[in-house]
Write a protein of this length. Structure first.
Length: 204
């Protein structure tokens, strides 16, 4: 844990988060707000936001908010290795205590995962191990489950299979559509991610 910046009131180091996004960025926003006025206040700071798409709405929001942002697009690199190397260097520049995947849609390569192992967290919109992969809400509805939710987990080489840190459960209602269920899960995610980050910081 970096100790350069210290929380004067209780001596907790203030953890540096680098948040990786690809889209809307609502989890990024929830985490950032939590560092300002919520659970993560004086416990963590968003050191940088890195997006892999110029068009990501979360990137525009982060810029407007005054956060440090980078956009590293795959199409600008000759191959996967060069892209990964650039992503690793850009992330390392901020000396992160934790690297937070928040809707980062590119599957990370082994070198990236290895490099940040033990510092790399992801949020997945299902109660893992149920429904790894994509279209989780649609699959949950089709399966007829009565409970659904989201999971924050450590990232390892296997997709959506790292150790679970914390989960949020929501009921599936009889009239739910994919959209209504997705919205309920997303609201739960916004509470869950800051809480899970705090769990990790408390255990450090
Ligand atoms: C969330 O549902 C998250 O669980 C998944 O991608 C979505 C990102 O949403 N990994 P947002 O960009 O944070 O709004």
């Amino acid at each position: 844990m970096n100790s350069a910046q210290q929380n004067k009131t209780n001596n907790h180091p203030i953890a540096r988060l680098v948040v990786l996004i690809s889209g809307r960025g609502s989890n990024l926003k929830a985490i950032y707000e939590s560092t300002q006025t919520g659970l993560l206040h004086q416990r963590a700071t968003v050191a940088a936001v890195i997006a892999d798409r110029q068009g990501a709405a979360g990137l525009a929001w982060a810029r407007q908010t005054g956060l440090t942002v980078h956009c590293i697009e795959f199409k600008n690199f000759s191959d996967r290795r060069a892209f990964d190397q650039s992503l690793i260097s850009a992330t390392d520049r901020y000396d992160p205590d934790l690297v937070i995947l928040a809707g980062f849609m590119r599957i990370l390569s082994e070198p990236f995962v290895k490099h940040f192992e033990g510092r790399l967290l992801n949020i997945h919109p299902s109660l893992l191990p149920a429904f790894p992969g994509l279209k989780t809400h649609e699959r949950a509805l089709k399966a007829g489950v009565t409970e659904h939710g989201a999971t924050v987990h450590w990232v390892n080489a296997e997709l959506d299979a790292g150790q679970i840190i914390r989960q949020a459960r929501v009921p599936v209602l009889s009239h739910d559509t994919v959209d209504s269920l997705a919205e309920r899960v997303l609201q739960a995610e916004h509470q869950l991610y800051p809480r899970a980050i705090l769990d990790v910081l408390d255990q450090a």
